[in-house]
Ligand binder design. Structure first.
Ligand code: FAD
Length: 352
């Protein structure tokens, strides 16, 4: 039997919850459908030692500050899961877990949302499916011939995954640096490889500055001023305490990107090689937009063209939390609040 509501939010991570908060404030009937069986979105699945690059006060959704842990400014993932669990309870957000959305289709004046537990119809849909379920691996020659183990950030949990192994970590962002530091502290035989030399933010700069830089960039572009360069102008890696400690101890010595994988390791352009039992690809993510493929919306680079958060070619669809293209710093805890508010307001206008 088809169920009806005004708005279906797809995804019950932080972005979906921020959407729910603002829809509720505006009195808009909605449901949040989430494929996970427990709260917390992607934060349930990250590696054990992950530290947020943003301190607790700068990692909050609208309405409720994330509690600060005594003596530890940077929360771990478990703390975020606790915070999100509490958040959805506190605001009585209507999350239906264990419900996977398979496709969104036009249906008269509304949208039909097909799920693995029956269809919904809605007058508008908010996509908040995140990126975690779409890990990206670059096309590097020899990847198929390599006989060792290949993991992506999403599969790595702790150094015990690779005890006694020779490991190559690929990636010069926060994930690559944190995982390389995790392995280095555990004494794993590590080769860290980055496309360009690692660029650490100054030790006293963290996620706060990233958020400010993303906002300043969007403002400059909106006002037709020169591109400030945004986050990229500051550096790639926040020196959270474990990363700083490993770097200062001389344990994080990055090598340039290799040119190919061999069956037993990696090889650089000058012919030098490193043998590797495992390669961990910390090479990022793509937006999880498969449920919207059926709408055939135009876009480039695996995205959907948007005007703010609204899909440019489908006014009943809003996208939240995928990156700067859906709002400055919208893929962060603190950054998703404003685009979520804008999306809820636009939908209120549409429903009126
Ligand atoms: P997710 O948390 O991925 O939630 C999406 C939800 O949608 C999931 O529950 C998923 O199961 C569900 N879903 C997906 N597809 C479907 C479907 N078809 N049907 C139903 N449900 C579906 N941000 C910060 O603010 N500070 C940090 O320090 C920070 N550190 C980060 C470190 C790492 C390693 C990563 C990867 C990200 C970090 N971020 C940080 C960025 C950001 O906060 C996260 O990426 C965040 O998880 C994005 O939230 P989301 O709700 O958009 O997506």
């Amino acid at each position: 039997m088809t169920q009806r509501t005004d708005v279906v939010v797809i995804g019950g991570g932080q972005s979906g919850l921020a959407a729910g908060y603002h829809l509720r404030r505006l009195g808009i009937e909605h449901v949040i459908l989430d494929a996970e069986t427990a709260p917390g979105g992607a934060w349930q699945h990250t590696w054990d030692s992950l530290r947020l690059f943003s301190p607790a006060q700068y990692s909050s959704l609208p309405g409720r500050l994330m509690p600060v842990q005594q003596g530890e400014p940077y929360p771990d993932a478990a703390q975020v899961v606790d915070y999100l669990t509490d958040y959805e309870k506190r605001y009585e957000l209507p999350v239906r877990r264990g419900t996977r959305v398979e496709g969104v289709h036009r249906d008269g004046s509304g949208l039909r949302v097909e799920t693995d537990s029956g269809p919904w119809t809605a007058r508008a849909v908010i996509g908040a499916t995140g990126t975690w379920t779409r890990p990206f691996l670059p096309a590097v020659p020899g990847r198929r011939d390599y006989r060792g183990r290949q993991l992506h950030t999403v599969q790595y949990r702790s150094p015990s995954d690779v005890t006694g192994q020779r490991v190559v970590v690929v990636g010069g962002g926060n994930s690559g640096a944190q995982i390389a530091a995790d392995l280095a502290h555990a004494g794993i035989d590590l080769t860290w490889v980055t496309q360009r030399p690692p660029r650490y933010l100054a030790d006293d700069i963290d996620g706060r500055a990233l958020f400010d830089a993303a906002t300043a960039r969007r403002r400059a572009l909106d006002e037709g001023r020169i591109d400030t360069g945004g986050v990229a102008s500051l550096g790639d890696i926040v020196a959270v305490p474990p990363v700083r400690a490993a770097r200062d101890a001389g344990l994080l010595n990055a090598r340039p990107m290799f040119t190919r994988l061999t069956p037993t390791g990696v090889e650089w352009a000058d012919g030098t090689r490193a043998e590797a039992d495992s390669v961990i690809w910390c090479t990022g993510f793509r937006p999880a937009l498969a449920p919207f493929a059926s709408l055939r919306l135009r876009g480039t680079r695996g995205r959907i063209a948007v005007d703010g958060t609204r899909a440019a070619d489908e006014s009943r669809l809003h996208l939240l939390g995928y990156g700067n293209w859906t709002g400055p710093a919208s893929a962060t805890l603190i950054g998703v609040g404003r685009p979520a508010r804008d999306a809820a307001r636009a939908i209120a206008g549409l429903l009126a």
